[in-house]
Design a protein around this ligand. Structure first.
Ligand code: HEM
Length: 541
């Protein structure tokens, strides 16, 4: 009886807090325009989470209401959504940890990765970042270039072998499946000196458990899932820790993945620590650098074993499918833009002649940096195909968010800044920012790398980690691996375009952007088959 009383009291308390918070939240956003509520229970969240193609609604709402608008959240919550550069700069760059991740985001990160960098917050996150930074510095990453080249060459040799047996002179491959394997092998070796054996087909348990995780866990979430996760904002941490035991599809899958990574990471950490203690010459992989950086820290600043182990899953998952998917979109665009593909190939060949003239076998970092057409295509793909659509954040304290581009209120006044209360949720839209005509020009809705060719246009407000794009997020929580991804992509682009031509198959399927954790391509009508990007590949003449 007593237990029931406490339960009723707690439930009453939670509901009162929710209603009061939502009442005050409405007040601050009431005057901002936005789509009307599609359902009293889900607001706009059901349509937002189940859009036909990822980003469709972000682009539509941004066109209709300007770069900042209001959404109806679950149970009448009022949510601010923005693609405004100054607002993004304020939230990600200027406010430290004042805009935290949402509870469901944090808990899913904890369930998947454990206590690693992507889960940590505040001073704990600062500690993670300090130990990890040296492993992601430009000089350290440049040492990986030969490793990137060696691994991607394995893939191109396999393609060449396959092609040599085809009298028709071409093959049709899902390039995403290949890039996923190549980038997984690369991250395994570069980050841990570990072999996933993805290309060689020897495979590993990790690979089996992990395959298709993003799609399985985030495509078209069930209604109950959305409701349960919305309630997490109001639950105390002690209750949230029980999330791991929920029989939700995504939780079950990420639990499996985390456990598999933990087993492997424990072995790796032990091996690397023993090497360090024995004074053996340090290896260059990210985890060995981490182990050394950690050992040289003041005891209080060090990462614990559990934290170090969590980094393995984090770096693997954050660090390979992301790059693989971006490269997949790049090849898709190049298949549709053969003239630009030819320009890139000519550029690569020209630089190859100077490499041969100096009797080198491989491109150096400087060679790769001098490939302007290739770099412009990579930047444009990161802009046009932001594989993380945007991120949700919650204000930790009352604040005022400034806007670069004022929006018109319901009563016709210009809104230049938006007061926000502690606890209110903001959805940031990276994909809509990346396509704002005011920032990128009138042809922002077209894939056109020439916009990046001669110069990086000086933007009015600078945001992001790379080239004013929001694709890698920004600020103290921005992607720590952006340079890794860019260098790896430069190597892969040079290797594959020097050797192969890419085009659409003769009867090309309609490719759609799947609204999953990482925006990946699928084929219209065959979405249940998962990620697909069939392209025609032939040897360069
Ligand atoms: C195209 C490639 C990539 C994209 C678009 C991308 C995007 C992002 C984004 C949007 C975030 C912020 C996530 C959040 O705040 O919840 C992030 C964080 C992170 N990324 Fe990447 N990423 C890419 C490649 C990589 C690579 C190659 C690595 C590692 C080798 C990596 C490691 C990480 C880590 C460890 C974090 C967490 C950083 C922190 O919380 O301080 N990423 N990435």
């Amino acid at each position: 009886m007593q237990v029931l009383g406490v339960a009723i009291f707690v439930a009453f308390g939670v509901i009162s807090v929710v209603i009061l918070r939502r009442f005050f939240a409405r007040k601050t956003f009431e005057h901002i325009r936005g789509p009307s509520s599609a359902s009293w229970l889900f607001g706009n969240m059901l349509e937002f989470n189940r859009q036909d193609q990822a980003g469709d609604l972000d682009f539509k709402w941004c066109r209709e209401f300007g770069s900042t608008w209001r959404l109806n959240g679950i149970l009448g919550e009022s949510v601010l959504m923005t693609a405004d550069p100054k607002a993004l700069q304020h939230i990600f760059h200027k406010s430290g940890y004042s805009y935290r991740k949402t509870a469901d985001n944090t808990e899913l990160n904890r369930t998947l990765f454990g206590p690693g960098i992507i889960w940590a917050s505040g001073h704990v996150h600062q500690r993670h970042r300090k130990v990890m930074n040296p492993a992601f510095s430009a000089p350290q990453l440049r040492t990986f270039i030969p490793l990137f080249q060696r691994n991607i060459r394995k893939m191109t040799e396999m393609w060449k072998n396959e092609l040599s047996a085809r009298p028709e002179g071409h093959i049709i491959n899902c390039v995403h499946a290949w890039f996923t394997k190549a980038t997984l092998d690369i991250i395994g070796e570069a980050a841990f000196d570990y072999s996933f054996g993805a290309l060689s087909k020897t495979g590993s348990r990790l690979l089996d458990v992990y395959t298709n995780m993003f799609l399985e866990t985030s495509l078209h979430p069930p209604k109950l899932d959305l409701l349960i996760k919305a309630s997490w904002e109001y639950l105390p941490l002690s209750v949230l820790r029980l999330v791991d035991y929920l029989p939700l599809k995504d939780i079950v899958k990420v639990n499996q993945v985390r456990k598999a990574f933990r087993t492997e990471a424990q072995k790796l950490l032990k091996d690397k620590t023993e090497r360090l203690v024995a004074g053996k010459e340090g290896k260059k992989d990210v985890m060995s650098v981490l182990v050394r950086a950690n050992a040289s820290e003041d005891a209080r600043a060090r990462l614990s074993d559990a934290e170090m182990i969590a980094q393995m899953g984090t770096i693997t998952i954050a660090g390979h499918d992301t790059t693989a998917t971006t490269l997949t979109w790049l090849l898709y665009e190049l298949s549709k833009n053969p003239d630009y593909q030819i320009k890139m190939r000519e550029e690569i060949r020209m630089i190859r002649s100077s490499v041969t003239a100096r009797c080198d076998a491989n491109f150096s970092a400087e060679d790769l940096d001098s490939m302007k057409y290739c770099m412009a295509a990579l930047k444009e793909t990161l802009r046009y195909h932001a594989i993380v659509l945007g991120l949700p954040r919650v204000a930790e304290k009352d604040d005022i968010i400034p806007l670069q581009y004022p929006v018109v209120s319901k009563s016709g006044e210009l809104i230049r800044e938006i007061p926000i209360r502690a606890g209110q949720q903001i959805l940031t839209s990276f994909c809509a920012y990346n396509r704002l005509p005011r920032v990128w020009g009138d042809n922002a809705d077209v894939w056109d790398p020439t916009r990046f060719l001669d110069h990086d246009v000086k933007r009015e407000t600078s945001v992001g980690m790379f080239s004013n794009l929001m694709t890698f997020s920004a600020g103290i929580r921005g992607c720590i691996g952006w340079r890794f991804s860019v260098m790896e992509s430069q190597v892969i682009i040079a290797e594959i375009l020097e050797n192969f031509e890419f085009s659409l198959p003769s009867d090309p399927p309609e490719i759609v952007r799947l609204p999953s954790g990482v925006v990946a391509p699928g084929v219209r009508g065959k979405i249940e088959k998962g990620i697909q990007m069939p392209l025609q590949i032939s040897i360069v003449q």
